[in-house]
Ligand binder design. Sequence first.
Ligand SMILES: *Cc1c(COP(=O)(O)O)cnc(C)c1O
Length: 370
Amino acid sequence: MSEHRAYVEIDLTAVEENIRTIASNTDAQILAVVKADAYGHGLVEVARTALASGATWLGTALLEEALQLRAFGLSGSILAWLTPPGDDFDEALREKIDISISSLAILEEILAAGERTGITPRVHIEVDTGMTRGGFLEEWDPFLLRLQEVKDSLHIVGFWTHFARADEPDSDFTDQQLILFNVLLNSLQSQGIYPEIIHAANSAGAIAHPGSHKQMIRLGIAMYGLSPDVGHMGGSEKLGLRPAMSIKAKLVNVKSVPALSRVGYGGMGVTDMDTKLGIVCMGYSDGLPRRADATAGVSYKGELARLIGRVSMDQCVVDLGPDSTALAGEYVTVIGEDGFSADDWASAAGTINYEITTRIASRLPRIYHR
Ligand SMILES: *Cc1c(COP(=O)(O)O)cnc(C)c1O
């Protein structure tokens, strides 16, 4: 693969091990969350690996993502939960995609699609228990009334909510959400509606709130080997997870410069001694955060070389140190076990690991190995 100027390596064995680690601590089914190109790791490869490793469901945000899985021959249960009015629900039904219902408007569109296609829609009802984002809130009572009229036209598979603060060990907010979740479930059941799969937990819930697992957990970031919240829960190692993504990029050039050289746009970086700089063939258009500071960088044969100056569009500059033996054309590790982690890049840029991996551009090839 030496012809690529930069590439992403995905260790599918790590994905498998992470799923097995989480699975060993729960009786719930696992829905593998593969939205956003599997958090930048590659939709189809991760989906196949997840199903071969014990996950029984796939979850996407968008209907397009679910349809793409079908197009690649994945035939099992798939839930898509972010389907705005106007989506192609006919196609969703023909392709046996489970759809989330989070508003009266979407309910009506799904019912209409069911009538047009003659296929009973498989749906999961989403309730808003404190995230104040998706799910029924003020429409809940009118929804229950409407459901009485139309429930025979639907297969109500699931009932679910999403946690806002499951990563905060000192907060009782998750317990409060679960209490409201149960109240809402009871009000549904008192109408004679009994969804088979109750689900609430994301990775943080799966790890920190065993009481939230219900029939299924929706596993995202932990499957990729990253912590839902490094500050509150500790990093990958503490959680027994192994990051699946690493990134390599080529040095375009290595140059010797004197102390006090100003580097990059705005001259924001300054060398503190005579040193060698490495020009790395990866920049913000590839997904490296422009705001990253010198607490991140690359590694060359295990030696850390920190960013110096601003990240440019297609390249960045690192301080290799005066004694470096690195040569133009050689690879450095941008993210990887022997260098900086996605967590390091996140902290250097004031963001979270989720944003680092999902933004790695599709123009970098993904190379899979086990
Ligand atoms: C993204 C997402 C998840 C997965 O969250 P992680 O924190 O990555 O585990 C679960 N459920 C829903 C609804 C999501 O949007």
